[in-house]
Design a binder for this molecule. Sequence first.
Ligand code: C6P
Length: 404
Amino acid sequence: MNVYLDNNATTIVAPQVFIEMEPYFVQKYGNPNSLHAYASDTHPGLKTAMEKIYAGINAPTEDSVVITACATESNNWVLKSIYFQQILNGDKDHIIVSEVEHPSVLSTVKFLENLGCKVTYLPINNEGIIEADNLSDMITDKTAIVSIMWANNETGAIFPIDEISQICKEKNVLFHTDATQAVGKIVVDLQSLNVDYLTFSAHKFHGPKGVGALYIKKGKELIPLLHGGAQMDGYRSGTLNVAAIVGMGKAMEMAAEAVESKKMDEVRRLRDEFEDNLLQIADTFVVTPREIRTPNTILISFRGVEGESMLWDLNRAGIAASTGSACASEDLESNPVMEAIGAEADLAHTAIRFSLSRYTTQEEIDYTLKAVNSAVLRLRGISSSYAYSPPESIDTGKENNGHR
Ligand code: C6P
């Protein structure tokens, strides 16, 4: 059996999304900016897709949603643009991010730091959550922008974006949120928050790869990313990737429906049941309480079991999971969130991320549970650092240590 539980890395393209995209490769392939029927053939599909994208995040129509190639691009653009606009001209010299942002934010601010920008890294608490009070104290009149992710890709922890956006508004500081792991999993309603910029990416919610977006609130204009033919309101020139935009529109519509229709509640139920069973294994830990996590994610540690070894065993059983962010999975470093919460060194290397989707089935979860049990048993059995427990303790479940 093959089981895909790495949906925070990327997702399967929904069949309906694929079907909607197809005509834009072979029939309606005109450049939307040309002046003939091939061009105008693309316009209704583009218009509908953009309407679905705006609706999916409840963005006011006067605001901009600029299509980019991915969340990485959106994150780079907003931070570098603010640097050029507000920091190079001398007014401000400070950016605040959390210490557990995705590398597309952390590497960008590191780059800006090397150019002279001052960066404050907001810590997370031992549940993997940001405390908004800490943010308030860190903002100064030199702060240009605060960039805090909506949901963490490793733990699924949902940060208090409402509170954070309110603090930024009160302190008159721009606020960007990387909502790549939130859109399609939980309600994202831009009309109920004070968000100035928001990043998302279609391939995280069953859309195609190579297409994402940056939402920009009216009045918070950025320096264009790509100068040229002035597509995308002049923000990002270049011929539009019509098929990808149509795909993102359909994927957004389906994801929003799934959140509203409680389909994501079924994902949550399956995730919770899976997690309850995993926690029956002795010496297991989950960082963030499930009530404040996205419904599909579990970051779990099995003491004495190296994350990479576990992945190897699971992969041989046809199961795809990860030790954390796909971008960092080849460097064999310990999980950065585990380090940020101050996990003991022997636990920091044991984290495994299971991320479900609305296509995950009960059968797949049951199969994975058995495979995890076998892997833990085998790997603890050959571990020099873990005192071997008899098999019964794994099958019947000792008192587990549960959430940290
Ligand atoms: N995280 C993960 O395994 P792209 O691929 O550029 O569209 O998305 C980048 C990105 C940005 N922000 C967050 C919060 C993300 O989770 C990701 C992608 C994947 O966790 C791949 S590294």
